[in-house]
Design a protein around this ligand. Structure first.
Ligand code: NAI
Length: 326
């Protein structure tokens, strides 16, 4: 029987993985995130299963190799938190390239609807028996322009939903996708013409802080910025500046550059030590969700199924179709 060290476990992970893991896998569920301080928990294990905010750097990889761990199974699509160069030739890394593009695309749409129609305020008001409509005016999505940065699986699904609202759809992506129903334009044109900009590209070294002072400057006044991809795509201070000046009309952020220390945990009884996040959360036209976009029953089920298949394929010596190669 093979033993898997499963890091950053939440109740919903355990439930979905126990459904798919057969009798040949012994999963040890740890609540800790995987990093250099916790890697020792993987001693005597054959593989590790990790998630978006684990820090799988060179030290962690060298230690895992020393323990004889042969596989890092990421239970997510993104892998910007894995030092792939350090892993090459030492340890294999697999991921779940696709599970439910609907989960993330629908969350992005939810953020737009909430911010535009101010549902967060309406919810609080009516609970307080305040039935005033002052300050709740939104705009029709029909015929507004949405700019999609990254037109892969999630970007295309998001575009399909936007079409249902009757929006004009622009896309920017260095690689064109035949399934994309919108019009491809340059990044500058997208920034200049879009009423709503939604990020759906992976984080790479090249596109860190893709949204910065210069790119915000090119956007329409009152633009909505939605990020369900990775926090470091946005220089957070730039959108705070934009929100303060009114250049940015609203921001929906499911991810945040410094999320690793905070997201997925309950700090409701503490004062958080992050003034940038506190500033964002204090703004009436900002919605922060804590990397929640993937969280649907269908996505959790697909993630568990593919991850278990990836792990079993590795131990059975089969071809690893979801291996991350560099
Ligand atoms: P995908 O690989 O199908 O598509 C990504 C697209 O982005 C590709 O077409 C690629 O060419 C494009 N791209 C790469 N660099 C770009 C750049 N600099 N500018 C514009 N486009 C660029 O990936 P998928 O499945 O659509 O996922 C997109 C991202 O969503 C993931 O990389 C991940 O960061 C994020 N994600 C977030 C989740 C959440 O819970 N918030 C859950 C799942 C994914």
């Amino acid at each position: 029987m093979k033993t898997i060290a499963f890091f950053d476990t939440k109740s919903y992970d355990k439930e979905s993985f126990l459904k798919y893991a057969g009798e040949n896998l012994n999963i040890r569920f740890f609540e800790n995130k995987l990093n250099k301080d916790t890697v020792s928990m993987a001693a005597c294990c054959d593989a590790v299963c990790a998630f978006v905010n684990d820090s799988i750097d060179k030290t962690v990889i060298e230690t895992l190799e020393k323990y004889g761990v042969g596989l890092i199974a990421m239970r997510c699509a993104g892998y910007n938190n894995v030092d792939l160069k350090a892993a090459r030739g030492r340890i294999k890394v697999v991921r779940v390239p696709a599970y439910s593009p609907y989960s993330v695309a629908e969350h992005a749409i939810g953020m737009i609807l909430l911010l535009n129609r101010k549902l967060h305020k309406a919810y609080i008001r009516t609970r307080d028996h305040n039935f005033s409509l002052e300050g709740l005016t939104g705009f029709d999505l029909k015929e507004k322009t949405v700019g999609i940065i990254g037109t892969g699986k999630i970007g295309c699904t998001f575009a399909d939903i936007c079409k249902g609202f009757g929006m004009n759809i622009l896309g920017y992506d260095p690689y064109k996708n035949e399934s994309f129903i919108g019009q491809y334009v340059s990044l500058d044109e997208l920034l200049e013409k879009s009423d709503i900009i939604s990020l759906h590209c992976p984080l790479t070294k090249e596109n860190k802080h893709l949204i910065n002072d210069q790119t915000v400057e090119k956007m329409k006044n009152g633009v909505f910025i939605i990020n369900t991809s990775r926090g470091q795509l946005i220089d957070t201070q730039s959108i705070i500046n934009g929100l303060k000046s009114g250049k940015v009309g609203a921001a929906g952020l499911d991810v945040y550059e410094e999320e690793t220390a905070l997201f997925f945990e309950d700090y409701s009884e503490e004062v958080i030590n992050d003034d940038v996040l506190s500033t964002l959360i204090s703004m009436p036209n900002v919605l922060v969700t804590s990397h929640q976009a993937f969280l649907t029953k269908e996505a959790l089920s697909a993630i568990a199924k593919t991850t278990v298949e990836n792990i079993e394929d590795f131990f059975e010596g089969k071809e690893l179709k979801n291996e991350i190669l560099i």
